[in-house]
Design a protein around this ligand. Structure first.
Ligand SMILES: [Mg+2]
Length: 220
């Protein structure tokens, strides 16, 4: 029937009585930096390449904000922002390393009819949005990352989903505050947060995630 979501050939039969939305069909809001892509590693490579950081230096990674960690060559937040902008111009977002296993894992989720919606706050510095958007799309293509939609948004709680995956303690807290289901993508700076948590993009993690889509675990 026209207009009947249940009759749509794009929605598998087992979800025929559900709508694409918050709690029905499986929508995954997926963060990029620190979850799918190694932003800190790419910034470090940029700084080493430009002689601003010793190649032996591995900065700490116990705080979410880069500049809150020891080992980075920034005296102030504005110095960091300037370096970030320069790295963007050198196509940081087109060339950064994927987190191991991410493409295979997302392909599996797509095959299981999870609707992958990328939600990233990458437009937090103004002036170079064209580079950021096109390099992000290029990176997703080059790394064979499947997705149905690509959102550049900082207010993550304004875009609901069945399940979110994020690494930022602030984003996770805000999303949970409004009742959204968030899986913490494990990083040293988010270890104090409660679960559910995934350590990596292994097949076992994907299996677990698929179970959580079917049955969100009780309070941990
Ligand atoms: Mg992130």
């Amino acid at each position: 029937m026209e207009g009947d979501m249940g009759a749509s050939p794009t929605i598998p039969e087992q979800y025929a009585n559900q709508q694409v939305g918050i709690s029905g069909y499986r929508v995954l809001n997926l963060d990029l930096d620190g979850v799918c892509a190694d932003y800190a590693g790419a910034m470090r490579d940029y700084l080493v390449r430009n002689g601003r950081m010793d190649p032996q230096t591995i900065p700490a990674n116990t705080r979410y904000a880069l500049t809150d960690n020891d080992g980075w060559p920034f005296a102030s937040k504005s110095e960091y922002i300037a370096a970030h902008k320069a790295a963007e111009e050198e196509h940081l977002y087109a060339t950064m390393q994927p987190i191991p296993g991410v493409a295979h894992a997302l392909q599996r989720l797509a095959d299981e009819h999870v609707y992958i919606r990328i939600v990233t706050h990458r437009l937090f510095v103004s002036g170079q949005h064209r580079i950021v958007v096109s390099d992000t799309a290029k990176w997703l293509d080059d790394n064979n990352i499947p997705y149905m939609s690509l959102c550049f948004a900082g207010l993550k709680d304004s875009i609901q989903a069945t399940v979110h995956i994020d690494d930022s303690p602030a984003n996770i807290a805000v999303l949970r505050e409004v009742g959204q289901h968030v899986v913490v993508f494990d990083q040293p700076y988010n270890r104090e947060l409660g679960g559910p948590r995934m350590a990596d993009w292994s097949d076992a993690s994907v299996d677990q995630l698929l179970d959580w889509f079917e049955q969100w675990p009780a309070e941990q």
